[in-house]
Design a protein around this ligand. Structure first.
Ligand code: NAP
Ligand code: G4F
Length: 321
């Protein structure tokens, strides 16, 4: 049985990746940081099948001990401060988690066993003020937030440990991916939960920022399969994972309200405080390398994704009510 460590297992992607690797018969170890209350909402249904290990991206010795005790075949580093607006409020902490945290894990792997395979959760935010459309593996980076800058560091330190120490280390450059398990502060989930609350009469306003920003949105359940496929190849490399389509926040809002037969113009209020100091205006990825080498393709369309998230939030709120 292959052993795997997933950092960030309590997050959206961690939950889908854990499910997927359990279905592949992996022994799954979830790295969690200590907290006064358990934060297992997304993995409640599989938590009995996961072995949890307390460690923190900020604490090098805890990472060394974890890797030494478990001796995994693969490590997926999904843990990060992942919310872009917070990265302007806490830029130093974001750098510690999202940038230096990657070096701490890679260094632990280097010290203990260079044969451990490593996946780094890189991001399309690295392309920021895009220098090419669509963005691919060779597109230069121009990050627009402390989060994006930290991810560029994480990406290049992964490439550097591969080239310096021959570690099988891959950087997955994933474009936005969403699901019913998406954190509530990200725009897609904020919209679908807001729409569900409005439909059920629990509120009558949805406050949003920049509706003109465009993103390449896919389904998280599809994207974790690409992470796994990257580590099963003969050669380590970096891959863009995307849908190849771009849509504005406004289009997402329109479709989400249409799903419940309402007009968004009656409910959406623009709140200027939600605009960012520097915006990423448009992202769209070219996933042809992943298709060619990994045989990977997205399976959920934009409309299906919106509908899935609205339906799930309606269901959750009805059940809670
Ligand atoms: P998420 O839901 O915000 O989950 C982040 C995870 O990181 C949580 O499990 C969190 O644990 C953990 N974490 C944060 N700081 C930590 C620390 N110091 N030590 C240990 N664990 C820590 O993020 P996600 O959407 O699943 O994304 C997964 C990864 O992919 C992130 O690195 C993100 O930046 C990257 N990414 C995401 C997307 C996307 O569209 N979702 C796209 C590209 C890249 P707690 O539960 O304890 O907070
Ligand atoms: O949903 P968002 O907060 O995601 P963002 O900034 O694109 O970052 C996500 O995707 C990245 C991949 O490209 C990941 F690396 C990162 O970890 C995260 O998962 O915002 C999307 C867009 C932005 O342009 C923002 O300005 O939506 C716009 N927006 C408009 N109103 C809003 C809101 N964003 C949020 N969070 N809240 C709003 O009210």
């Amino acid at each position: 049985m292959k052993k795997v460590i997933i950092t960030g297992i309590t997050g959206q992607d961690g939950s889908y990746l854990a499910e997927f690797l359990l279905s592949k018969n992996y022994r799954v170890y979830g790295m969690v940081r200590r907290s006064s209350t358990e934060n297992f909402e997304r993995i409640e249904h599989i938590k009995d099948k996961i072995e949890f290990y307390h460690a923190d991206l900020l604490d090098f010795s805890s990472l060394v001990e974890m890797i030494d005790e478990i001796r995994p075949d693969e490590v997926y580093n999904l843990a990060a401060q992942s919310f872009v607006p917070t990265s302007w409020k806490q830029p130093i902490l974001t750098g510690e988690f999202t940038a230096l945290g990657v070096t701490r894990i890679l260094e632990a792997i280097k010290l203990i066993d260079k044969k451990i395979k490593f996946y780094q959760a890189s991001s399309s935010e690295m392309f920021g003020k895009v220098l090419e459309i669509p963005q691919k593996e060779t597109t230069p980076f121009y990050p627009r937030s402390p989060y994006g800058v930290s991810k560029v560091y994480g990406h290049f330190i992964t490439v550097n440990y591969r080239e310096s120490y021959d570690i099988f280390a891959c950087s997955g450059i994933l474009f936005n991916h969403e699901s019913p398990r998406r954190g509530r502060e990200f725009v897609t989930r904020k919209i679908t939960e807001g729409v569900a609350k409005i439909k059920l009469g629990m509120t009558d306003k949805l406050y949003l920022g920049n509706l003109d920003a465009k993103r390449d949105w896919g389904y998280a359940g599809d994207y974790v399969k690409a992470m796994y496929l990257m580590l099963q190849q003969e050669k380590a490399s970096d891959y863009v994972i995307a849908t190849g389509e771009t849509h504005s926040v406004k289009e997402f809002v329109q479709l989400a309200f249409e799903r419940v037969s309402l007009d968004y113009k009656d409910f959406v209020v623009i709140d200027k405080t939600l605009f960012r100091p520097a915006e990423v205006d448009q992202l769209v990825g070219d996933y042809s390398k992943a298709k060619r080498i990994l045989g990977w393709e997205p399976t959920v369309s934009f409309k299906e994704l919106v509908n899935m998230m609205v339906d799930s939030d309606l269901e959750k709120l009805k059940n809670n009510g």
